[in-house]
Write a protein that binds this ligand. Structure first.
Ligand code: 9UX
Length: 72
């Protein structure tokens, strides 16, 4: 079953940042959907926890220059 987690993301300053994050996260195997909110600096990601985990998602976002952390 898919799960949905919220991530806080530091460093996004424009709409293109949002697009960049959404594009790379959406491409990860196991990710069903991703929605980034620039105003709140948060992303909601729906994914299959058997295919991809929170750390994979954080790492992918960090790799393009932001600072992501899952919210517990
Ligand atoms: Mo906007 Mo973001 O000019 O990585 S794309 S700051």
């Amino acid at each position: 079953a898919n799960t949905k987690e919220t991530f806080s993301i530091k460093g996004m300053t424009c709409a293109s940042c949002v697009m960049r994050v959404e594009k790379v996260v959406q491409k990860l195997d196991g990710v069903e959907s991703v929605s980034v909110n620039l105003a709140t600096n948060q992303a909601q990601v729906e994914f299959d926890p058997e295919a991809v985990n929170e750390q994979d998602i954080e790492s992918r976002i960090n790799k393009i220059g932001f600072e992501a952390k899952v919210k517990k």
